[in-house]
Design a protein around this ligand. Structure first.
Ligand code: IMP
Length: 422
């Protein structure tokens, strides 16, 4: 398979978990490189549903090695909870699961600050997952973060945490929030550190050595292109590099060792949280929600929904260098008589073929649509390209071409077997 970077080409929730699970078959390592437990990757095996937040989706295949890279922010309590859940389900996490010693940690003060800052923003809130992700990356950039390597060295950890709790308690008090008990947090994190210690490794060397041996790595992106801290609809973004470049900095594997980029996109568009979504459409949302679809895997929030936005996916292909596409949730459109696709944006007299750089301009853009006739046939049981209805194939070809990349996979349902390879 060679080294593959998998990215979300929209606003997250593109169905990456399932595609990662399918591609993992050909990989030796599966690596998370950014984000934290704000992510929610859903994978179905048979009727069993797994929702993974921090542990790479590759963990569901026992012969694969899974790595949380240096670019991820790790909430150790949440991670242990997830690991315990996997153990309970009989999934092996011993000897096949590693966490970078330089990954930064999320603490309760990060979560509390996330909440308080959202409250202060009022109607200008971002709609974060309140998992403390932004404040944890903020500490990393401010050089005040605490890393896993500190946690597993108790004599180093104690003074670092003491100082950080003191400083953050001053801020929390000023915001009218409850201060944290150093003793409680320290005891809880020390215990977590002891349990995580066997999994902590120098994953930068581990992954580069694997690459040198010719082993294949799948870099599992979290969130999506338009939630990227640099390239997303700032400030309505997450705090990490969700685009392809983030796989290099978040793992320590250099760009010239990457062989291909796979972009995952839904056959329509969704977004959770605030910020512009040019193709947002109430009828599409009502239809999908009535089917029980498009509720957040991490927060349970109903997702905002709209028509496929080819301006966004074209832009995503450009930034990420997407070679191949996986288009998911195709079956969500099965009942429609007419399907719309946004081919450009109109902003007064200006036409945009790529996503404008600022959220205000994007918010003022009106989508220009092309219309396709729907196939109005259930696709969930179809397993080959040739058996897909002609109109469905035409739709897939059109949105791939508009997005500027080659179609590799069409997904017609959440299960592994509901996957059509071209
Ligand atoms: P944060 O990452 O919790 O700071 O949230 C920032 C924005 O990113 C919010 O709009 C969230 O809804 C969105 N977001 C974060 N993680 C995900 C994800 O995994 N899927 C979809 N949206 C996400």
């Amino acid at each position: 398979m060679a080294n593959t970077i998998l990215v979300g080409a929209q606003w997250g929730d593109e169905g990456k978990g399932k595609i990662i699970d399918v591609l993992t078959e050909q990989a030796d390592y599966v690596v998370r490189t950014q984000g934290g437990n704000n992510a929610g990757h859903t994978v179905f095996i048979g009727t069993q549903k797994y929702v993974l937040h921090l542990v790479p989706s590759g963990i569901l295949r026992p012969e694969k090695k899974c790595v949380i890279g240096n670019g991820v922010v790790v909430d150790p309590i949440s991670l242990l909870h997830e690991m315990d859940g996997l153990i309970k389900l009989g999934i092996k996490i011993d000897g096949n699961f590693f966490i970078s010693e330089t990954a930064h940690l999320v603490f309760p003060y990060h979560r509390e600050l996330d909440e308080q800052r959202e409250l202060m923003k009022g109607e200008h809130k971002i709609g974060t997952t309140k998992r403390g992700i932004g404040p944890a990356y903020g500490d990393k950039a401010a050089r005040t973060g605490i890393r896993l390597i500190d946690l597993i060295n108790p004599e180093r950890f104690e003074p670092l945490l003491r100082r950080r709790i003191r400083e953050n308690n001053d801020v929390l008090r000023a915001l009218g929030a409850k201060p944290l008990s150093f003793k409680k947090v320290h005891a809880q994190y020390r215990a977590a550190g002891d349990r995580l210690r066997p999994h902590v490794a120098n994953t930068v060397v581990m992954l580069n050595q694997a690459t040198a041996r010719g082993e294949d790595i799948l870099f599992e992106g979290a969130q999506g292109t338009f939630l990227d801290i640099d390239h997303g609809t700032y400030p309505f973004v997450t705090s990490s590099s969700t685009t392809a470049g983030g796989a290099c900095t978040g793992s320590g594997v250099p760009p010239h060792r990457m062989d291909r980029v796979v972009g995952v996109m839904k056959a329509y568009t969704t977004r959770v949280g605030e910020g512009p979504l040019p193709t947002e459409n109430a009828e599409v949302a009502d239809m999908l929600h009535a089917m029980g679809r498009e509720f957040g895997a991490t927060t349970g929030r109903p997702r905002r929904c709209g028509w496929f936005d080819a301006v966004a996916t074209r832009h995503a292909s450009m930034i990420n260098g997407i070679d191949q596409l996986a288009i998911t949730n195709l079956d969500g459109l099965d009942s429609l008589g007419t399907i719309k696709v946004c081919v450009s944006y109109q902003d007064g007299a200006t036409r945009h073929d790529y996503v404008p750089s600022d959220a205000v301009t994007l918010g003022a853009c009106r989508p220009v649509y092309a219309e396709f006739r729907g196939w109005q046939t259930p696709t969930g049981e179809i397993r080959t390209w040739k058996k897909l209805p002609l109109r469905c194939r035409q739709y897939l070809k059109a949105i791939s071409e508009l997005s500027g990349a080659e179609l590799m996979i069409a997904s017609v349902g959440p299960a592994r077997e509901q996957t059509i390879f071209l």
